[in-house]
Design a protein around this ligand. Structure first.
Ligand code: C2E
Ligand code: MG
Length: 702
């Protein structure tokens, strides 16, 4: 802006030195000194700004300050004062002056800025349309921050709320480059400074906008997140003269949203992208690879025998190993490769731009080596090897879920071949994938199409040989593949979330069947064992389903035993604990299944929730020849007796096994020796013979 003509009215209290200084300012081209001016005197027309001396002034003889200032109303007025008389400056502004300058405080440069600012602001205000005058007049009194700029970016007004939010010193008017202190945020949440997107620039360019989120990023100050509205300011003829931006501080909201978004995308333990975030990124990568006709690979990594780390060293050590695996993945991948945690001890990696096909194998080989190196955890050394499956896009599939599934199938193949190796997905494995997909689709209709069946396997009391209960075992009568065992479909039920409704069906059917047998054969103590998966345990629905079944059948809750597949009570999440408490309250019995495998450890027995456990069939299978298994079985039974916990052994196939278990005082037994799992009518026949006194195990029973 060119210099302003300034008229100085007063007795010259600050002149002549002060006025000389003013004359040297770039914004003052002309200076007139009138020692006296009556309010009625005409002002010289070229005057841009009037300076008055605050306090009693000859120019005001016979008039109040307000009257005097009103008489100058078509020019902006700045009152001069000094430190001792600052209150008079404030008084002048209250009476209508546009600003006051305390000559002791303010450097010449700063005065230059104030004078320039006052002239610009005055001109803009004079030009504004009536509506916009109203807009500006309320800005000082609103709780939102407000900034007014002219067309060239000069800041003309900053209300008190804006100063507080932005941490600006009072009275300072920043220069136009201050617009750059604001940063825009793009869709990915990244900040950027594109001049035309900056809020102050948008407003002064006449763009109207609402809820733009931007960051105020001043030096030595934490970022402030703002939600801004903006619009242009127009004169009476509709010509754009500037803009106004109002805003509020949304830093806390933004921080919370960011944190939630982070939590939703990243795995808490390893800080790697979680399953959902990985799939999202993978989809984008597949898109890129298709556009560029470049191959892409997905690696599926599983840590072999990871459960034994948990069992021998505890879960905290297991968690630490997983964290170290994640770190090693991060360190040994190239920029652009994407690692993620699929769940448990399973990791995934997406490799892009890896050149030749067999480079994916080279990358897998490298990961094999680094992940097989020693882990140091709490003073112990842990060795673990991974199994890695590789699926290539587009050969193995071109959608994200299918690729990961293919890599997982290849990983399982690597595991079956001993682990510590990698395996490419091949079309020979394809039929497995297709079958799995067919099963997945079929399972969605299995319930409504009545394709689930329960088989029941008797459990006997080893002391008396009497049949005391039955284990309900789920089967699926598949229209194409025939009768399928749970190993083929329960994992799919679990991963698809269908386990809840299927589990409810099992509970309902098994309880009704038990009630019917108890009535028919007058066996009120006959019990039923129902397998529940850990996923069901995490959900309140399980308690509701049991309560419903008890209501419907009027069964004694003590006749229902729930077999829980995985056992470490110390690690249970609060949701699971709630479920266990709910179940105990209903009075049903809780049992740990597969005791003696990696899934269940000794410490889980002492959790106060458990009434019994089932020795896993892998322990029983070679108990005749395996000394260590004999010792484990004996110790487990002895310990159970100490804790007043009942022990059942499953998978009993030979008399020698049965005799051994009896010699250890094992309570209950189940297995092909006694009976295979059977359909309902066969069980009815057996119960009938049980009543008649013909024991299941009459022959050869010790
Ligand atoms: P589990 O609870 O350990 O069930 C015993 C399994 O051992 C059954 O296999 C049974 O058929 C088999 N079995 C019984 N006696 C012998 C024997 O003497 N020798 C051998 N080798 N095997 C024997 P199945 O029915 O295939 O069930 C496998 C697993 O599927 C069950 O193991 C259980 O964990 C799970 N499961 C079964 N039904 C359900 C269900 O309704 N819900 C859930 N979540 N899981 C179920
Ligand atoms: Mg079981």
């Amino acid at each position: 802006m060119t210099g302003h003509a300034i008229l100085y009215l007063g007795r010259g209290e600050y002149a002549p030195e002060y006025l000389k200084e003013l004359e040297s300012l770039p914004c003052c081209t002309m200076l007139m000194r009138w020692q006296r001016l009556e309010a009625s005197d005409d002002l010289p027309p070229a005057v841009d700004l009037i300076m008055i001396e605050a306090g009693p002034s000859p120019a005001r003889a016979g008039h109040t300050l307000t009257e005097f200032l009103r008489s100058l109303a078509d020019r902006p007025v700045v009152a001069l004062t000094d430190k001792a008389r600052e209150h008079q400056g404030i008084e002048a502004v209250r009476a209508g002056a546009d600003a006051y300058i305390c000559v002791d405080d303010v450097s010449v440069e700063e005065q230059n800025a104030v004078l320039d600012h006052v002239v610009r602001r005055f001109r803009l205000t004079r030009r504004l349309s009536e509506t916009d005058v109203t807009v500006l007049s309320i800005l000082d009194n609103i709780n939102d921050g407000a900034i007014v700029v002219d067309r060239t970016g000069h800041i003309l007004d900053i209300n008190p709320a804006a100063r507080t939010i932005l941490g600006l010193k009072a009275r300072r008017m920043p220069d136009p480059s201050w617009e750059q202190t604001f940063c825009c945020i793009d869709e990915q949440g990244e900040s950027y400074r594109n001049a035309s997107d900056l809020p102050l620039v948008r407003a002064r360019n006449g763009q109207k906008f609402a809820d733009q989120v931007a960051i105020y990023r001043a030096p030595e100050q934490p970022d402030t997140f703002l939600s801004l509205n903006g619009q242009g300011l127009y004169d009476g003829d509709g010509e754009l003269v500037g803009g106004v931006v109002t805003f509020r501080d949304v830093t806390d909201v933004k921080r919370l949203t960011n944190e939630l978004a982070h939590r939703a995308q990243y795995d808490e333990l390893t800080e790697l992208p979680n399953r959902g975030a990985f799939l999202d990124q993978l989809r984008k990568a597949i898109g890129r690879s298709e556009r560029r006709s470049m191959p892409l690979a997905v690696l599926f990594i599983d840590i072999d025998r990871f459960k034994s780390v948990n069992d021998t060293l505890g879960h905290d050590a297991g968690d630490e190993v997983l964290r170290q695996v994640a770190r090693r993945l991060g360190r040994n991948l190239r920029i652009g490769d994407l690692p993620g945690r699929w769940g448990g001890d399973e990791f995934v990696v997406c490799l892009e731009d890896f050149g030749e096909m067999n480079n994916a194998g080279a990358a897998a080989q490298k990961l094999l080596l680094v992940l097989s190196e020693r882990y140091e955890v709490g003073g112990s050394e842990v060795y673990a090897t991974p199994s890695i499956g590789i699926a290539l896009c587009p050969d193995s599939g071109n959608n994200a879920e299918r690729l990961v599934k293919a890599a997982e199938i290849a990983m399982r193949e690597a595991g079956k071949r001993g682990g510590g190796r990698f395996q490419y997905y091949s079309h020979a494995l394809n039929s497995k994938l297709e079958q799995r997909e067919e099963l997945e689709v079929g399972l969605r209709h299995a319930l409504v199409r009545n394709e689930f069946v329960l088989h029941y396997q008797p459990r006997i009391d080893l002391a008396t040989g009497r049949l005391i209960g039955l284990e309900a075992l789920l089967r699926w009568q598949h229209p194409r593949f025939g009768l399928l065992p749970p190993a083929r479909f329960v994992p799919i039920l679990e991963s698809s979330g269908l386990i809840h409704s299927a589990g409810e069906w099992v509970i309902d059917t098994a309880c009704r069947q038990l009630a019917s047998w108890q009535r028919q054969f007058e066996m009120p103590d006959l019990s039923i064992s129902i397998n529940v998966s850990p996923r069901q345990l995490a959900h309140r629905r399980l308690v509701d389903a049991i309560a419903r079944a008890l209501d419907d059948t009027a069964l004694d809750p003590g006749c229902i035993e729930l077999e829980i597949g995985d056992g470490n009570a110390r690690r249970r999440r609060s949701g699971e604990i709630e479920t266990l408490k709910g179940l105990r309250k209903l009075g049903v019995r809780l049992s740990l299944d597969h005791f003696g495998t990696g899934d269940v450890s000794f410490e889980s027995l002492d959790s106060g929730f458990i009434d019994s456990f089932v020795l896993d069939q892998s322990l029983i299978a070679d108990v005749e020849s395996n000394d260590s298994h004999q010792r484990i079985v004996r110790a487990a039974i002895a310990m159970a007796q100490g804790l007043d916990i009942e022990v059942a052994a499953e998978g009993v196939e030979t008399l020698t096994q049965l005799e051994f278990l009896k010699s250890c005082n094992c309570d209950l037994a189940q297995g092909y020796l006694i009976s295979q799992p059977m359909q309902t009518d066969k069980v009815s026949a057996i119960l009938r013979s049980e009543i008649a006194g013909t024991r299941l195990l009459t022959r050869g029973m010790p």
